[in-house]
Design a protein around this ligand. Structure first.
Ligand SMILES: [Zn+2]
Length: 325
């Protein structure tokens, strides 16, 4: 029984309070869409981890995928700085199709799914490629991936995405590694859960992210009835919805009996969302620790019991992130 972090495998009970979908270093792939996606300062990232620890956090699941922001050398610098203090888990796998040059991507041109699975499984079992499979040269480090990512589009699952979901499920079957899926605004989450099951994934070790962006609690209940876990990412985003809506939804879902299938995160995937990065620009923002300093007290205020909060922050991530036997 283990969870795979960047600084080695740990027992599930060592995980601690976990932000289940996060970004610290992000370089390459997405910045053409918005320069705010560029997060390439090791010093700023280290500061953010420091604030998370100071607020009572311990673990983060870092979701920058292959060819889409993942920078192995830099994130390893951050992980090494907190060896023994923070549990940082890094992903292999893919974002949604729109972030790739799909016709020429190796996930398209390599026709045999087993060959794709070999590459993902090698990142889980042998070591991360420092080039994130961006080129013909593969150079592995000792650190390994602790989660596999796949992604789906807004209201659609594209051909590339069917393939990445299938590769994720097969890599899980082979290695036991858990899976995390980016759903665009929460759409297609129910279909994704059913697809992953069809492909042979164990849904108790799968989390579907960003479902809160379609804050429909009946929809969330329907998704979790498949047995999959959901992640409520990113309070402190008044431009989308007030935190009160998320908190009241979570209370309702806990009352409906789903407290064992919900995880929490900040998903602070923009430089402007993080204290560490914004301090470099003399701007004050609330950062990743908002989850513990502000959102958790709100959960208590709306009546979510402490054991449910503990499940969402500690027990559920520890169970989901544990490799299958
Ligand atoms: Zn994210």
């Amino acid at each position: 029984m283990f969870i795979r972090t960047l600084t080695g495998d740990i027992a599930p009970e060592e995980l601690g309070v976990c932000d289940s979908h996060e970004h610290l270093i992000r370089s390459g792939g997405e910045e053409t869409r918005d320069p705010d996606f560029v997060m390439d300062s090791v010093e700023a990232a280290k500061k953010e981890v420091g604030y998370w620890l100071a607020a009572g956090g311990r673990a983060m699941v870092l979701m920058d995928s292959l060819g889409c922001g993942r920078n192995v050398p830099k994130i390893l610098e951050v992980a090494e700085a907190y060896r023994g203090k923070a549990n940082l888990i890094l992903t292999t796998g893919f974002h949604k199709a729109d972030f790739y040059d799909v016709p020429v991507h190796w996930m398209t041109t390599v026709r045999e799914i087993d060959t794709c699975v070999d590459l993902l499984a090698a990142e889980v079992e042998e070591g991360l490629d420092i080039h994130s499979y961006n080129g013909p040269v593969v150079q592995r480090v000792e650190a390994r991936a602790g989660i596999i990512k796949a992604g789906t589009s807004y209201g659609a699952i594209q051909a590339f995405e069917y393939k990445t979901l299938r590769a994720a499920a097969l890599t899980q079957q082979r290695t036991g590694c858990p899976i995390s899926v980016h759903t665009q605004l929460g759409t297609m989450a129910y279909e994704t859960a059913n697809l992953l099951r069809e492909y042979g994934a164990d849904l108790s070790h799968v989390m579907l992210c960003h479902v809160h962006k379609n804050p429909d609690k009946y929809y969330h209940k329907k998704i979790m009835e498949t047995g999959v876990n959901i992640c409520y990412d990113g309070p402190d985003r008044a431009k989308y919805f007030p935190d009160a809506l998320y908190a009241e939804n979570l209370k309702w879902l806990v009352d409906q009996g789903f407290q064992k299938q919900i995880l929490l995160s900040m998903d602070a995937g923009r430089a402007s969302y993080q204290r560490g990065y914004m301090e470099e620009k003399d701007r004050t923002v609330l950062g990743v620790s908002y989850l513990l300093e502000r959102f958790v007290p709100l959960l208590r205020e709306v009546g979510v019991p402490d054991d449910a909060i503990n499940d969402m922050l500690v027990s559920n991530p520890a169970r989901v992130l544990t490799f299958r036997q």
